[in-house]
Design a binder for this molecule. Structure first.
Ligand code: NAD
Length: 250
């Protein structure tokens, strides 16, 4: 149902972004991929999905502008690229703070401001952020990430209001822990920050948050993104959908 639609997924060489790209391509969208990774693996992926690829670093405004110029007009914008850093606040490197705010929050502002004119002209658009349970609640040692994810939830609300009469919707999907390299890579620093073993980090920190005691799968996030692109979802605007096994239930 997405043939004729062009979709940009930031950070789509891995994890959740890759699953979203595959799911949108399966519905007929023309994909623009972005992210870091092995050149051969990316070329293979492009072939598999018949997709374009723009290799921009989204931690700078210039990088986002390069991405949007390379991508051309897009109908579906998935702001997904993100990174994590785990450290007590007094030791949190200032450069890591700046990079996480830039990638996890500011990049979505820049892609959105550049994508909206075409969507308005077309009278149709979808802007979806991969936010996080951390857009709603906090955990210790994740100051930059939690601040950026709360920020993207706020940005999404503003986009939803500003574009409400233009056929454009803006929504967040907020996963709990999804088993991807982003989660795997934070285990060593969490072991250090909390003085725990790997097994204890998985059981007592990660899965402790999720009442279902299961990691979410990237395909479950992708299925929600596809639904938000359907015409039936035209009045879902400014929402923040949790897919977290009950983590943020109050
Ligand atoms: P991942 O590490 O598997 O993928 C991250 C993607 O972003 C990769 O394609 C990577 O190349 C790209 N990327 C990293 N830095 C970049 C940069 N400077 N410029 C452009 N691209 C860059 O991670 P993931 O778990 O799939 O995370 C995707 C999104 O989902 C992130 O925003 C993350 O915060 C969010 N999220 C993940 C989880 C989880 O448990 N994995 C939970 C909630 C939210």
């Amino acid at each position: 149902f997405l043939s004729g639609k062009r979709a940009l997924v930031t950070g789509s060489t891995s994890g959740i972004g890759l699953a979203i790209a595959r799911a949108l391509a399966a519905e007929g969208a023309q994909l623009v991929l972005n992210g870091f990774g092995d050149a051969d693996a990316i070329a293979q992926l492009q072939k598999e999905l018949g997709a374009d690829f723009v290799a921009a670093d989204l931690t700078t405004t210039a990088g986002v502008e390069e991405l949007m110029a390379g991508a051309g007009p897009v109908d579906i914008l998935i702001n997904n690229a993100g990174m994590q850093y785990v450290s007590p606040i007094q030791d949190f490197p200032a450069a890591k703070w700046d990079a996480i705010i830039a990638l996890n929050l500011s990049a979505a502002f820049h892609t959105s401001r550049l994508a909206i004119p075409h969507m308005r002209e077309a009278g149709w658009g979808r802007i979806i952020a991969t936010a996080s349970a951390h857009s709603l609640v906090a955990s210790p040692f994740k100051s930059a990430y939690v601040a950026a994810k709360h920020g993207i939830a706020g940005l999404t609300k503003v986009l939803a209001l500003e574009c409400a009469t233009d056929g454009i919707t803006a929504n967040c999907i907020s996963p709990g822990y999804v088993w991807t390299p982003l989660v795997e890579n934070q285990i060593p620093d969490t072991m250090k920050s909390r003085g725990m073993s790997r097994e204890d980090v998985i059981d007592k920190v990660l899965l402790a948050q999720q009442p279902t005691k299961q990691f979410v799968q990237p395909e479950e996030i992708a299925a929600m993104a596809v639904f938000l692109c359907r015409d039936e979802a035209r009045n879902i605007n400014g929402a923040n959908y949790t897919i977290d096994g009950g983590w943020t239930v109050e």
